[in-house]
Ligand binder design. Structure first.
Ligand code: NAP
Length: 385
């Protein structure tokens, strides 16, 4: 079969994407076009989670019988590399001939992608150009250098970009994009408030209403500690404040609801997480941060995800949230806390190790199983010392 691949961040998908996929289907006489929303891009930050981009893409293509969608990229852990995707697709159907559909800007980027030679050797590129001569020259250069096969599609250029569409959505100027985005996609965006982010005062107002008083004051304590540490260690204060405020936002969800929300975001759960609300509230919290509070920043979401277990190679924001949760001013569980609260301002990593140790010791002493990630994290940082 001749399969067209329409890979994209699709943040959000729009009629320009559909238009070039249709043109590729007709021009190259393809059997079908497979839409592939990316998982985590190492090039684009602050993209809405894959769950929403996948759902929007599914809605956009459902009326076309020759379009299909695949979740292989959104389900694959780590950054998305097209090479991994192509290897997977070739392993499933080795006989298929694969065509990769792109716009002009992408043509200039592919040589910077991971293992471009592999891509040029295994894909035929179909380019929707904007009629400029430079892209023809670029294609010629790539063909010579990589022995690439690149053809240009016979289609008009629709002047639509996801950036423009997002700007209009944020300003609620829906009429300006009504002809640019499939109606079902626009409805989905509005219903799920995908591009709305709540302000910090609004987040605090909701948390105050919804969390028990003690948990709310703990949250504010984590926020105060995290913001002070962010200032000290040069971390984005806004990100630290939001991550701290939302770290426990899912603490009082039922285990069933935690599972439901984590499933929507393609999280793989460890066997211990699956039965333990105390652990699962971190991943569920990141999902709720997206769905309810409109948070899109992956660094904030990661800090929420790893605030209970830690992970090897944490960035400074993740360390700050992990530590602040344990040592904020309302915590009284250990006589060591006052010393940690001083030391943390000049030796973050040594406090991280002590807090990890205290956590493992406490969990084991009360007879509970410790999550393997916390033990891995402890080993990682003690070996690094
Ligand atoms: P995107 O913004 O959603 O765009 C998807 C494609 O549609 C792009 O080729 C884009 O071309 C084209 N397009 C958008 N609007 C268009 C319009 N009005 N007319 C014609 N074409 C239009 O997705 P993206 O972030 O560029 O990512 C594209 C793919 O590249 C994804 O599958 C991603 O995983 C892959 N990628 C792979 C690597 C890697 O493997 N290392 C690195 C980066 C990206 P333009 O670029 O011309 O807008």
């Amino acid at each position: 079969m001749k399969i067209g691949i329409m890979g994209g961040t699709f943040n959000p998908i729009h009629n320009g994407h559909i238009h070039i996929a249709k043109a590729a289907f007709d021009d190259a006489k393809l059997d079908k076009v497979l839409f592939l929303p990316t998982g985590v891009s190492y090039m684009k930050q602050g993209v809405v989670p894959s769950f929403h981009r996948f759902n929007m893409t599914k809605l956009a293509i459902e009326d076309y019988e020759y379009f299909d969608i695949s979740d292989i990229e959104v389900k694959r852990p780590g950054f998305t590399y097209t090479k991994d995707t192509i290897e997977e697709l070739k392993a499933i159907n080795p006989e298929d001939e694969l065509y990769y559909i792109i716009g002009t800007d992408t043509l200039y980027m592919i040589e910077k992608w991971y293992e471009p030679q592999y891509l040029f050797s295994n894909l035929i590129f179909l380019v929707a150009d904007r009629g400029d001569e430079n892209s023809k020259l670029k294609a010629k250069e790539l063909s010579e250098r990589f022995n690439a096969s690149i053809s240009f599609l016979n289609c008009d250029f629709l002047d639509i970009s996801s950036t423009y569409v997002r700007e209009k959505i944020v300003n609620k100027e829906y009429d300006a994009i009504a002809s640019m985005v499939p109606e079902k996609v626009l409805d989905y965006i509005k219903t799920n408030r995908i591009y709305d982010e709540l302000s910090i005062p609004e987040i605090i107002r909701i948390l105050k209403e919804e969390l028990p008083e003690k948990r709310f004051y703990h949250t504010i304590g984590v926020r105060d500690m995290a913001v002070s540490l962010a200032k000290k260690y040069g971390v984005d204060i806004n990100k630290a404040e939001i991550a701290a405020l939302l770290h426990d936002c899912a603490k009082y969800m039922s285990l069933d609801n935690m599972h439901a929300i984590c499933n929507r975001y393609f999280f793989n759960l460890t066997s211990l997480e699956a039965v333990n609300e105390g652990l699962l509230h971190s991943k569920a919290g990141a999902c709720l941060a997206v769905e309810k509070y409109g948070i899109k920043d992956q660094e904030i979401l990661d800090a929420i995800i790893y605030h209970t277990t830690g992970r090897p190679g944490m960035n400074t924001l993740e360390k700050i949230i992990y530590i602040s949760d344990f040592i904020e001013i309302n915590r009284k569980h250990s006589p060591k806390l006052p010393e940690y609260r001083k030391r943390v301002f000049y030796d973050l990593d040594s406090v991280l190790i002590d807090v990890l140790y205290d956590c493992i010791y406490h969990v084991k002493s009360v007879g509970h199983d410790i999550d393997s990630k916390t033990e891995e994290t402890f080993k990682y940082y003690t070996n690094k010392k």
